[in-house]
Design a protein around this ligand. Structure first.
Ligand code: PEP
Ligand code: MN
Length: 367
């Protein structure tokens, strides 16, 4: 489908476009204090965010302050001159947000995932001229993400940006939502000029990797970042672990970020290499996490064997692992020699972990 999407904001050369503010608007004082502190610290806030209606995974968590909070965002706008944005998930949210003169709207990951909801929001936006950001759906489905863009565009909205906030996962990962960088990269191949924001906060889920993920996004030529910031992050009513104070936002993240040199001749080459390296790095991280998980299971087996007085090394089981893996590896283009060496190293490490948790057997000498 031919689309003529316009950039919702001018691209900034020497720093990322910044969407920041608390996960949720909690009280008037909290919202205004975040804005005041950002203003005092001279943080370049391009869009001040706060969730008014919160989609929570389970009920009985704080589900947003609702309508009243829109007035606090309006005050942020009046008092600090920041443009403001909030998440909308249905037609009623759109009407309320527009009534309160919210400058920019965004669709959350749990809305993008549902074409009925996206259509409902799109219909409410008909005839309105407002920039809209569309977060990726929670599942890694590029077409669904594109479908949401098309629905909003078809309603007459032309200033559209996207927000990459990572994807739900099964099992353990260092991320709350795995980035799967290849999906937003694919998106940009489809729409080369799309204004793209990385929501490092929801990818990470904790403060630890916010800087690293944000830098990766800039290395991949994203236009900007969404970073949640709260005056008292540990006591935030939602997403406490991933929020940072405005001070830390400035000192620990923004001031350390490096922009890529846009003047280079082989920009495309560099971007492609960066893309491939990022994918390798993310696979390596997953590999190490998976190996650590494997060792935890080995330890459990070790404990179990110990309780039942069974020896660690069981040749049949070891042969079975080797056989199965060789069968899998061959057709995937991995050499038997490599898989053999790899599995032996993994197996040795497993034995070490098992040994560590097994109770020492008393010998007659030591008894
Ligand atoms: C949020 O931005 O606070 C939010 C709920 O994000 P997401 O839709 O990415 O989960
Ligand atoms: Mn949040």
């Amino acid at each position: 489908m031919e689309m003529n999407i316009q950039t919702p904001f001018e691209r900034i050369k020497d720093r990322p476009f910044l969407i920041t503010g608390p996960c949720s608007a909690e009280t008037e004082e909290q919202v205004l204090k975040v804005a005041q502190t950002m203003s005092d610290l001279q943080i370049p806030v391009d869009l001040f965010r706060a969730g008014i209606w919160k989609p929570r995974t389970r009920p009985n968590n704080f589900e947003g302050i609702g309508y009243e909070g829109l007035q606090w965002l309006k005050k942020v706008k009046e008092q600090y001159g920041y443009k403001v944005t909030t998440e909308v998930a249905n037609a009623n949210h759109v009407f309320e947000a527009l009534k309160a003169s919210i400058d920019v709207l965004w669709l959350g990951a749990r809305t993008t995932v549902n074409p009925f909801s996206v259509q409902d929001v799109a219909d409410a936006l008909r005839g309105v001229d407002i920039p809209v950001f569309i977060k990726n759906p929670i599942n890694p489905d590029l077409k669904l993400w594109m479908g949401a863009i098309e629905r909003i565009y078809n309603a007459g909205i032309t200033k559209i940006g996207v927000v990459h906030r990572g994807f739900s996962k099964h099992g353990h990962s260092i991320y709350r939502n795995v980035p799967l960088w290849q999906i937003p990269i694919e998106m940009r191949r489809e729409f080369p000029d799309l204004f793209m924001i990385c929501d490092s906060s929801h990818i990470c889920g904790t403060r630890e990797y916010l800087y690293e993920v944000s830098q990766t996004a800039l290395d991949l030529n994203y236009d900007g970042l969404m970073l949640e910031s709260h005056i008292d992050p540990d006591n935030a009513w939602s997403d406490a672990k991933q929020q940072v104070t405005p001070f830390d936002l400035k000192e620990k993240i923004l001031s350390r970020l490096v922009m890529r040199d846009p003047g280079s001749d082989d920009q495309e080459f560099k971007a492609n290499i960066e893309d491939l390296r990022t994918r390798i790095d993310s696979i390596d991280k997953e590999l190490i996490t998976m190996l650590a998980n494997r060792m935890k299971i080995s330890e459990e087996i070790g404990r179990y064997k110990s309780q039942n007085n069974i020896a660690i090394l069981q040749a049949d089981r070891w042969n079975e692992i080797i056989d199965k893996s060789m069968h899998q590896a061959g057709p995937l283009g991995l050499s038997e020699e490599f898989i053999g060496r790899f599995l032996k190293a993994v197996h040795q490490e497993s034995i070490n972990h098992q040994k560590a948790v097994m109770k020492p057997i008393k010998t007659t000498e030591s008894a």
